[in-house]
Design a protein around this ligand. Structure first.
Ligand code: THU
Length: 149
């Protein structure tokens, strides 16, 4: 499933998926055994781009765990990047992969930093099998920074 309308290149999509699959190996998921990797495409200070990766990090106190997507966003923002264009997510139980849809909290965290109809969420089983949705499709009528002005 790779023919949706979007404006990021096939090459970049594959690179993001490869990065997400690679960081997924670091997932710390001893409780759920559901391992997730995320790769965020972020504009850097020179107008170029960086790929910032994250995995899920669980905790013996279950609610203290963090999703892969938020790990990537928080890493990025703390390193000075806060303009994002896309995120690839590769997840699944144990070594399997399935299309992994970001949770509601991660959707809202992403919302803070993006234009919802111009930010692409790539949910991938592998480099050749993925679904792309805009954040606006996944989080319609969202509440964002402009609402507080
Ligand atoms: N998880 C993510 O990291 N991202 C998602 O998009 C879905 C869920 C994690 C949280 C938890 O560590 C495990 O997957 C099971 O929910």
């Amino acid at each position: 499933m790779s023919n949706q309308i979007h404006n990021i290149s096939e090459e970049l999509i594959k690179e993001l998926i490869k990065s997400a699959a690679s960081v997924r190996k670091n997932a710390y998921a001893p409780y759920s055994h559901f391992k997730v990797g995320a790769a965020l495409y972020a504009e850097n200070l020179d107008g170029g781009y960086e790929i910032i990766i994250g995995c899920n990090v669980e905790n013996a106190s279950y609610p203290a765990g963090n999703c892969a997507e938020r790990t990537a966003v928080f890493k990025a923002v703390s390193e000075g990047y806060n303009k994002f264009k896309a995120i690839a997510i590769v997840g699944g139980a144990d070594e399997k992969t399935d299309y992994t849809s970001p949770c509601g909290i991660c959707r809202q965290v992403l919302r803070e930093f993006v234009t919802p109809n111009d930010f692409y969420v790539i949910m991938a089983k592998n480099e050749n099998d993925y679904i792309i949705k805009t954040l606006d499709e996944l989080l319609p009528m969202s509440f964002g920074p402009d609402n507080l002005k």
